[in-house]
Ligand binder design. Structure first.
Ligand code: PMM
Length: 266
């Protein structure tokens, strides 16, 4: 039976993320929500202090630190496995000092030249997402010959650079970056071709949750959770190692159905 992917529960401690912005921007509310996601079946909590939605403006490192530090400290103290969603080496260093298990970098190391060196040797896992520039320019960069071929080529070149910079092969994960410089057709093609990305030989994380390309299945982001859960199962069938979702309960239940299908315990 194929193994079950890890479930990363999304915890955006931002005022402006597209689907949950402003909901968890007090540390106490954020920690409560993380604990609820753990009881719903999350394996890891992915904490982000800076919105990456298309068109978002950047915040500075001090503000990012102010948002994430109390939350990651509380979660690590609680024994929760934490992923820190950041493109800044300075913030990553803080996270590694606090004890996060994953650095989730949507820029794959391109936004900050010091990122790879900071993560290398830390023992943490580095998640390198496919990226073509900051949120304010990414929609204009959604131009591909063949999106699967181009994303694979660009991921390969990031993998080579990150391994050269000292990240251990076993600690390097990759992510096709759904919605980042990609239109709906690009996202669906990448999902259809996910096995080709898995074949690159690094664990693959898929972040489809509530994204704009799921709008045909739900006008509001929170109405896209069923579509997200179905994608979680299909991504698992294609060999994804992890899925990053807002509604942990639905995805965890959907993955249990898959386990039952393959003869595991329901
Ligand atoms: N998507 C978002 C943020 N961080 N990280 C990874 N690795 N993969 C993603 O697809 C991804 C991410 C944007 O979504 P959000 O606003 O729901 O956090």
């Amino acid at each position: 039976m194929a193994s079950r992917p890890l479930v990363f529960g999304v915890l955006n401690v931002t005022p402006d993320s597209f689907s949950d912005g402003g909901l968890w921007d007090s540390p106490a509310a954020a920690v409560d929500h993380a604990r609820a996601m753990m009881s719903d079946g999350a394996d890891v909590i992915d904490v982000g202090g800076e919105s990456t939605r298309p068109g978002a403006a950047r915040i500075d490192a001090a503000e990012e630190r102010r948002r994430v530090e109390p939350v990651i400290r509380a979660l690590v103290a609680d024994g929760i496995s934490v992923s820190l969603d950041t493109t800044r080496s300075e913030t990553a260093r803080l996270g590694l000092d606090v004890g996060v298990a994953y650095i989730n970098d949507v820029s794959g190391g391109l936004a900050d030249v010091d990122m790879a060196a900071v993560v290398a040797g830390s023992g943490a896992t580095y998640i390198a997402m496919h990226w073509r520039g900051e949120s304010d320019v990414m929609d204009g960069n959604a131009v591909y010959g063949d999106v699967t071929r181009d994303v694979i080529a660009e991921l390969r070149s990031r993998i080579d650079a990150l391994l050269d910079a000292g990240i251990a092969p076993s600690k390097l994960w990759i992510d096709p970056g759904l919605g980042f410089a990609k239109n709906a057709d690009h996202n669906w093609q990448l999902l259809r071709d996910l096995a080709q990305i898995v074949a690159l030989g690094h664990p693959v994380l898929v972040g489809a949750s509530r994204k704009r390309f799921l709008a045909p299945f739900g006008e509001n982001p929170a109405d896209r959770d069923e579509a997200t859960a179905i994608i979680s199962v299909l991504a698992a069938e294609s060999g994804a190692a992890a899925v990053r979702v807002h509604d942990v309960a639905r995805t965890a239940r959907a993955l249990r159905v898959r386990d039952a299908w393959w003869g595991g315990a329901a």
